[in-house]
Design a protein around this ligand. Structure first.
Ligand code: ADP
Ligand code: ADP
Ligand code: ZN
Ligand code: ZN
Length: 737
């Protein structure tokens, strides 16, 4: 077998003819500032080519059903093995996916129940018609219509009493009710007799619409429930009906998802839903006490989950509610149970969301994957994870056009002495902020008890920078993202969630400079501004202005291929002929923010571009698709559009994600500037540099899940350093030089 993965002349995105040997059966960590090209090497070159070659091994028949992966821009790539990508993409939005199903541990618990009770194993599955709760079909939640939102009782049908979309006065759907015999279309709904009310909402029979044809009549509410709630509907419909429904726990199974028959059998006095709802650390003890070989199999698998610091979760937790970091670590655990060898595992910043206390456990798991005979590639910024590398590839020196080369290759020890930004970052020792700001007020939270929070009362000081800390699962998000945000809804929450945007969205559309840029082009050329829009006649016909062709594939991520018509430039040739100060619209869209801020002196454009630079996104090109941004980049671009406010409250959820050590300073400077402008900044963070430079720290714990949910410490960084009972304090003492 070949010793190395070999890359020759890689040129994806900003990569400058990168040639590289990556050792197999080792852990290689890729470092470098945000935007330097780490993902372009690991994901867009190695992973894409490995996937493409894997497809080549499938039969002609299967290959024909799959999208064609494009060969990455590189002269040669060889020595690849089967890739497994363990990233932070949401695990599954599917309402039926839980921690127990995705880790394959739930089937083991079902096996235990089936053996102990002698009933069939499918009975215990909420995905099986026999096992699922008949009320909610195994979802655990049920949806109720809100009649007050659907009907304006002050109005008559002729005045537009039906507020549902599609029921405009005069429409066919409206006529079904307005022309229905027992209902008086001129009477306000609130004045209906009980008979009219019943006919309107629940009636059945025939109606003749417009005197033309007969159709089956169904009351408005019954029809809504049958056609919109009981049936699979499109995303668009689900979005449309949102205002008219409320979701709650299922009234029959109380969230257990199972039928009464499935909930009857008990093991050690508990039914299967009780097992699924237990915190994993407790479930491990329960299973150990059973002394049953079937229970032992499940226990070993659960210990792996607890081993990576996720013991505070339960098997019934819906995967849709997990954070990106939690999902990635669960995927990791799943692979540890696999017996595949010779695989290339690829991780994207696996330390995201992980407290320094738990990074050691992550390293143990990465090493275990390697020792099973696999190659492990990791993109990381955290010095504690970098430390586990057998080999480091440092990409840089800067971001975007200033990056794209390999600035160092070697061991961690050698990197510590290397003259690169990462080397310097590893050598730097932390200094504590001693001169803290004085708050000018406070925002109290009283008796918070969401999830694991134990009647927490705490005040967030205003006019200062507060860090909210604690191990994963201690309750930081529950307290801040949920309780604090609902108590103070005028606060701005800036997280990493996807920007609800179309494939045509770009940094330039997001920060709101595109309209002005189009007008500038229009004025300079005496044509209509619309010509310079991706959605107009000016757009390339091959890709409708997307620059790429996107193919949706069932069960897989959509596959993106190059548009040959415009060569990725998005516009028709005739549009590209129109120039502004020597540049076409495509040239402008290819500019990085730092170039664009020089090119556009206009007042309506420049300050907005400056916002991108202030949040450290100077390397981002104006026309890059927003969907290509990492979570950390998405968060910073959201922040860029919010910078002009004063006197507000900003809540940031782990803003250092994706940031190199040397960029944390830029982020801190930005947060300090916001505070100095009179804002309050609250940041949920694990990064010790940020914690050390906060004015105030609220530490949750002492541990995760039911062992957390309390305020362990409130005070300044210096006070935390001397405080004994906090895991965050402990980590701080190890770092401060
Ligand atoms: P890193 O992983 O080190 O943060 P990336 O490899 O994501 O860096 O990005 C390197 C450069 O390539 C950056 O300038 C980035 O803006 C650019 N880039 C990344 N993805 C795309 C894309 N899909 N289209 C165009 N440019 C991209
Ligand atoms: P942190 O932000 O400190 O990682 P969280 O607030 O996310 O902690 O979690 C605190 C506890 O609440 C954990 O036990 C977690 O499993 C639970 N929890 C968080 N979100 C949900 C949810 N959507 N549904 C059920 N439990 C949740
Ligand atoms: Zn139910
Ligand atoms: Zn095109």
């Amino acid at each position: 077998m070949r010793e190395n993965i070999t890359i020759v002349g890689a040129r994806e995105h900003n990569l400058k003819d990168v040639s590289l040997e990556i050792p197999k059966n080792k852990i290689t960590v890729f470092t470098g500032v945000s935007g330097s090209g780490k993902s372009s090497i690991v994901f867009d070159t190695v992973a894409v080519e490995a996937q493409r070659q894997l497809y080549g091994t499938f039969s002609w028949f299967i290959r024909n059903q799959l999208p064609k992966y494009e060969r990455p821009h590189a002269d040669a790539i060889s020595g690849l093995t089967t890739p497994v990508i363990v990233d932070q993409k949401p695990v599954s939005g599917n309402a039926r996916s839980t921690v127990g199903t995705m880790t394959d541990i739930m089937p083991m618990i079902r096996g235990l129940f089936s053996r102990e009770s002698g009933l069939p194993v499918n009975l215990f599955s909420f995905n099986d018609p026999k096992g699922m709760c008949p009320e909610c079909d195994g979802i655990g939640r049920s949806v109720q219509p809100i009649l007050e939102m659907m009907v304006d009782r002050e109005k008559s049908l002729n005045e537009g009493a039906i507020l549902l979309p599609g029921y405009k006065v005069g429409s066919a759907a409206w006529q079904v009710y307005a022309k229905h015999e027992p209902i008086d279309p001129d009477k306000p709904v609130k004045d209906y007799s009980p008979e009219e009310e019943h006919a309107f909402l629940h009636g059945s029979g025939k109606v003749s619409v417009g005197g033309m044809f007969n159709m089956t009549y169904e009351g408005l509410l019954d029809n809504f429930v049958r056609t919109k709630l009981k049936r699979e509907t499109s995303d668009k419909t689900r979005e449309q009906i949102k205002p008219f429904i409320t979701e709650g726990v299922c009234t029959l199974c109380h969230g257990a998802r199972l039928s009464p028959e499935a909930l009857a059998p008990r093991v050690n006095g508990r039914n299967i839903a009780d097992y699924a709802a237990m915190q994993i650390t407790d479930l491990i003890e329960e299973l150990a006490g059973l002394g049953n070989p079937l229970a032992d199999g499940a226990r070993v698998a659960l210990e792996r989950v607890a081993g990576i610091g996720l013991g505070y979760l339960s098997l019934d937790r819906a995967t849709a509610t997990l954070s990106g970091g939690e999902g990635q670590r669960l995927k990791l655990v799943k692979h540890l149970g696999s017996t595949l060898i010779g695989v290339t595992y690829i991780f994207d910043e696996p330390s995201t969301g992980l407290h320094p206390r738990d990074v050691g456990r992550l390293n143990t798991l990465l090493a275990a994957l390697r020792d099973q005979g696999n190659t492990v590639l990791v993109v990381e910024h955290d010095p504690d994870v970098i430390a586990v590398a057998d080999h480091v590839v440092d990409v840089g020196p800067g971001a975007g056009a200033h990056g794209g080369t390999i600035v160092f290759e070697g061991t961690v020890e050698e990197l510590r002495r290397a003259d690169t930004r990462t080397g310097a970052g590893l050598r730097a020792t932390g200094t504590l902020k001693t001169e803290v700001r004085t708050p000018d007020g406070k925002l109290p939270i009283e008796g918070a008890d969401l999830h694991n929070l134990k009647n927490v009362s705490v005040s967030v000081p205003t006019g200062v920078l507060t860090a909210v800390t604690g191990v994963a699962g201690s309750g930081k998000s529950s307290l801040i993202a949920d309780v604090f945000m609902t108590t103070y809804p005028e606060s701005v929450f800036v997280d990493q969630s996807a920007i609800g945007a179309s494939t045509r969205s770009t940094p330039s559309t997001y920060i709101g400079v595109m309209d002005t840029i189009r007008s500038l082009f229009a004025k300079a050329n005496g044509v209509a501004p619309g010509l310079f829009s991706f959605n107009s006649d000016g757009a390339c016909e091959g890709c409708q202005g997307k620059g790429v062709i996107i193919t949706e594939v069932a069960y897989m991520d959509p596959v993106t291929t190059h548009c040959d018509t415009c060569d990725g430039r998005r516009f028709k040739e005739s549009v590209l002929a129109h120039e502004l100060r020597g540049k076409s619209i495509a040239d402008v869209l290819e500019m990085a923010a730092e170039e664009a801020v020089e090119f556009f002196t206009e007042k309506a454009v420049r300050p907005k571009l400056q916002g991108l630079i202030d949040v450290g996104l100077d390397y981002l090109s104006l026309g890059q698709s927003l969907s290509s941004l990492s979570g950390g980049e998405r968060q910073r671009i959201k922040l860029a559009t919010q910078l002009q406010r004063t006197g507000g409250v900003y809540v940031l959820d782990e803003p250092t994600t994706g940031l190199h050590m040397s960029d944390v300073g830029t982020l801190l400077a930005l947060m300090n500037r916001l505070v100095d402008q009179g804002n309050t900044v609250v940041v949920i963070e694990h990064n010790l540099d940020v914690i050390m430079h906060a004015d105030w720290i609220i530490d949750l714990g002492p541990d995760g899940g039911k062992d957390g949910g309390e305020i362990v410490f409130e005070g300044t960084p210096a006070e935390l350093l001397g405080f004994a009972g906090s895991l965050t304090g402990e980590a701080l003492r190890r770092t401060v030089g």
